[in-house]
Design a binder for this molecule. Structure first.
Ligand code: ADP
Length: 253
């Protein structure tokens, strides 16, 4: 990079970087389409087979294909998000949105996943009509990452999602907590978890599978939407991730 920089004028250098970013964004779009289309077909047919097959062995096989394809989709989405972040090709589509509806949808999607592990998943809504300017797709991904981690890293107990409005230095913010009663994170490692590819459960990798990308993508998305994310956790007791977004309008319950 330095060599390129030295031989080119600042203007030429900027143009080159812009072209490279455009190329990478186009490549990501194409890859995304090329990979997502066949996975969607596999997911669709595996779902039909899992529902329709009566032979228990064949049904189990179809369910494994379905589960594996879902995992592949999640990993692919994270890789594509991470690449889009690195190439600076993300467009944030801000929309004034009532957060409680989006959070309710996300928790409803994850309820059966939590129930599969005998975990209780609850949404406490203390601020019905808080509205924030966010990108809905990004917000959904943030909730997906936090909820799937909370379920993944919790063996017993519950996951509680709470929405409230808070006052900070004269400004109103929506605060969303995702709290679990899981394995927790040691204090000295809490600073690392938002870095790409870092897994505090290193060494436990086989027990807890994942790409190590979820939280770095989550943090970036929250910040792109002008929000903030914090973690508080106690080893073997549980973890709470809190996200804050400036509120446009609100009314408390
Ligand atoms: P991964 O794919 O490993 O889950 P993430 O970026 O989502 O990657 O998270 C990074 C690391 O943070 C995880 O490997 C895990 O060690 C830790 N972590 C994330 N969420 C939780 C949680 N709810 N409870 C305990 N540890 C967590």
């Amino acid at each position: 990079m330095e060599a390129i920089k030295n031989n080119k004028s600042a203007e030429e250098y900027e143009k080159l970087i812009k072209e490279m970013r455009q190329l990478q964004a186009t490549f990501l779009d194409n890859m995304s389409h090329e990979l997502r289309t066949p996975i969607t077909v596999i997911l669709g047919y595996a779902g039909i087979l899992a529902d329709e097959l009566e032979d228990p062995d064949l049904k189990e096989m179809a369910e494994i294909v379905l589960k594996s394809s879902n995992r592949l989709t999640e990993s692919l989405n994270l890789l594509l998000d991470q690449s889009a972040i690195q190439s600076d090709s993300l467009q944030v589509e801000f929309e004034e949105t009532e957060l409680s509806k989006l959070i309710e949808n996300s928790t409803n999607v994850y309820k059966p996943v939590a129930e599969d592990k005998n975990l209780k998943l609850e949404f406490i809504n203390n601020c019905d009509s808080v509205k924030c300017r966010i990108d809905r797709k990004m917000f959904d991904k943030v909730m997906d990452n936090l909820l799937s981690n909370a379920i993944k890293y919790t063996k017993a107990g519950s996951i509680t999602v709470k929405l409230e409005s808070i006052n900070k230095e004269g400004k109103v913010y929506a605060k969303i907590d995702v709290a679990d009663t899981g394995i927790g994170i040691e204090e000295e490692k809490q600073g690392l978890i938002f870095e790409a590819f870092r897994q505090v459960s290193e060494g436990m990798n086989r027990l807890y599978q994942g790409t190590g990308l979820g939280l770095s993508v989550t943090k970036k998305f929250v910040e792109l939407m002008n929000g903030e994310i914090k973690v508080s956790s106690k080893l073997n007791e549980g973890t709470t991730f809190s996200i804050f977004f400036p509120a446009d309008s609100f009314s408390s319950n």
